[in-house]
Ligand binder design. Structure first.
Ligand code: ADP
Length: 524
């Protein structure tokens, strides 16, 4: 739509208004007339003006006073005002006009070219301002749409991965249970394929979820005490078998200056190292993969620590190295056909290392090998090393025979009910079932259980609400708190926090295997 600017002309003499309009008649504008300062004021509340041309000397409120009112009133859209008068030979009047807020002056008798030239400049400025306003609104709208879409995309991906995780619980849970049954050798091999494929699929689902969360800026880092030594030990234990399959030696070199404890996000750090070590093993047959950790700088209360993952594998060409940190990119499509992968791993590692205050990079030579490295900023910790206490207790917890428990399972999904109940039975526990949160609350009121395993997403009443209700009932009855363990497909920290603030005691992520269930049940 084309904008037709409005000009407010103010003079107590009608003939002056008419002659002004005549002088400006070739402009494509609407003139709005006011015969007094008061009338001008009330018109400024009704219209948006591109320009005002005001007489100074008027009976009642003069031009200066009118302008003062206009500029003081926050409800009036500011617009430039030009004064027309015979008094501007005296500089005093010009200065006064400027102080009141006028932007220009035209002396009477009016020279048409001067008036027209000035009006043209102000109209152009006005039209440019309107254009800018319009494109600003459009840009804002476009940004809002893009933000909404990106948010919707990340929510969609999170929901999808949740939906996929739930049936995966059935697949991995049942496969895990089958390993404890009598089987022929070939059945065992087939089962092994299901388990390995299931766990590969879980990695991909987790990658997609992580990537979408990082993209939507939804990842929050933890800042807790942990040990780099422990993390690297765990990673080597986790990936030793995979390395052995490749006939590759996996080792670590933790430089002596690495402190026993440090503060940061152990899960995200571990995830980044695992990503790189996994790749290194994948692309290295009959060789070596080494994880190196070293302090490269100390800045105030922070250590800058560099992790390098050095392999003697296939290496990467100079061209390939340029793009590998971008999302969905792989060195070549033949690599991905041969080795598999989604091309998300390095993009996630790059984002995570940047979130942790560092950088990522690679030095590589084809057929010789690659060194992927990243740096992180980690806070000094005040925690002091105790000898291996953590491992012992957790191992004890799993090995100790458990007493028979009465468990209430709140779960709506039929397959998950079966997996959990079979597992519980095998462990010698008794189980009662609630198909949704409100049944769980009712059953809790009327029975005595040791533990409630609470699914989060259920029809009618979800697990969070049910937990809050149970905690309320306990408060009013002054009874001790029952142990409630969340079962959820949402593995993120925010979901864990949500469960804990609702009053739950533990957390079991789908898909889970028997050992994880045992650990969760033994939570104090
Ligand atoms: P993918 O899931 O495909 O492995 P990544 O982002 O982890 O995704 O890796 C992207 C690509 O970078 C890989 O497909 C591979 O071509 C290359 N790459 C990554 N790590 C190595 C390595 N250690 N040696 C050789 N090539 C590698």
């Amino acid at each position: 739509m084309k904008i037709r600017p409005k000009i407010l002309i103010v003079d107590d003499k009608k003939e002056n208004l008419i002659s002004l309009e005549k002088l400006l008649k070739h402009f494509d504008v609407d003139f709005i007339r006011a015969l007094s300062g008061n009338e001008a004021l009330s018109l400024t509340l009704k219209h948006e003006f591109a320009l005002g041309i005001f007489d100074v000397q008027m009976p009642g409120m003069d031009g200066y006073e009118t302008v003062e009112f206009i500029y003081e009133d926050p409800d009036i859209n500011n617009f430039p005002i030009v004064f027309v008068s015979a008094i501007f030979k005296d500089e005093f009047h010009i200065i006064k006009g400027i102080q009141k807020g006028a932007v220009d002056f035209i002396s009477k008798p009016i020279v048409p070219e001067i008036l027209q030239g000035k009006v043209k400049v102000f109209l152009n400025l006005y039209l440019q301002k309107k254009e800018l306003e319009k494109s600003n609104i459009e840009l804002k709208k476009a940004r809002e749409i893009a933000e909404k879409e990106s948010y919707a995309k990340s929510i969609f991906l999170a929901t999808m991965s949740h939906e996929i995780r739930t049936p995966m619980n059935g697949i991995i849970g049942v496969a895990d249970m089958l390993t404890n049954t009598e089987m022929t050798k070939s059945q065992k091999e087939l089962l092994e394929i299901i388990i390995v494929s299931g766990s590969n699929l879980m990695t991909i689902i987790n990658d997609i979820l992580d990537f979408s969360k990082i993209e939507a800026g939804q990842i929050k880092l933890e800042n807790i005490d942990f040990s780099i030594h422990d993390i690297i030990k765990e990673i080597i234990k986790l990936l030793a078998l995979k390395a052995k399959d490749q006939n590759t030696k996996l080792s670590s070199d933790i430089h002596p200056e690495i402190p026993d404890y440090i503060k940061g996000d152990p899960l995200r750090l571990k995830q980044t190292i695992i990503n790189l070590v996994n790749n290194a093993i994948k692309f290295t047959k009959n060789g070596t993969v080494k994880i190196i950790a070293e302090v490269i700088n100390i800045v105030g209360e922070n250590f800058i620590i560099k992790f390098s993952i050095k392999d003697t594998g296939i290496g990467i060409s100079k061209e390939g190295a340029k793009t590998i940190f971008k999302s969905y990119s792989q060195v070549s499509s033949s690599t991905s056909r041969k080795y598999g992968g989604t091309g998300l791993g390095l993009a996630i590692s790059k984002n995570l290392s940047e979130l942790m205050g560092g950088k990522i990079g690679v030095e590589s030579e084809e057929t010789i090998g690659s060194t992927f490295w990243f740096t992180t900023k980690l806070e000094k910790s005040t925690k002091i090393k105790k000898v291996e206490e953590k491992h012992e207790t957790s191992e004890k917890a799993t090995k100790q025979p458990q007493k028979k428990l009465s468990v209430l399972l709140a779960e709506d999904n039929l397959i998950n009910q079966k997996v959990a109940s079979a597992n519980l039975k095998r462990l010698g526990h008794e189980m009662d079932l609630a198909e949704n949160g409100s049944i769980a609350v009712e059953k809790f009121k009327n029975n005595k259980y040791d533990v409630i395993l609470m699914d989060i997403q259920m029809p009618e009443m979800d697990g969070i609400t049910a937990t809050k209700k149970i905690r309320e009932i306990e408060k009013t009855n002054n009874s001790p708190e029952i142990k409630i363990i969340a079962i959820t497909a949402n593995a993120q920290k925010e979901d864990r926090d949500l469960c804990m603030t609702a009053g739950m005691n533990g957390f079991l992520t789908k898909p889970f295997v028997a050992d994880e269930l045992i650990n969760a049940l033994s939570i104090k």
